[in-house]
Write a new protein. Sequence first.
Length: 195
Amino acid sequence: MRENKNIDSILVSQYIKGKEASLSVLIHKHQQRLFSFIYSKVQDKDITEDIFQETFIKVIKTLKKGNYNEEGKFLPWVMRISHNLVIDYFRKNNRMPKFRNTDEFDIFSVLGDGNLNAEKQIIQEQIHDNVRELVNELPEEQKEVLVMRMYKDMSFKEISENTGVSINTALGRMRYALINMRKLIEKHNIILVNS
């Protein structure tokens, strides 16, 4: 057991010093246990994958900032991060994004229909996949603001504090993200209507 902790400490230390591959080894080493832990809480593969990815985004940010000080306790620390993200998910689970585009079609309004038959459910899942793929095509800064606003239900003030940019910059990035989403919808001929 102690040897495992030492290996984790060495890998974390190597990653902090710039050896990117060390993080891959850590993720691979703990992914099954962490994935099972998250899945046991949310009982949904897609949500589990999202929370798993979000966990390691937080891990990377914390390590890059040099704020990691859980010497020899990497796995419990990562489990705690994922547990907090699971709690956040349940807190926000019943709330769909409230943001509305006043000038044009609201991409995110199609995600909120709770009463679906089996066929519509499949279409709905395809829409979710399409939107997720579109979001991933956005420039990183726009994607970050959009995810915080639409999926994490954060205010622009919170987004500003989390990203270290002004509220106006956050609003601008959101606006450009939505404009780019519309362009991507047209480019890929994606239909976001659940009829």
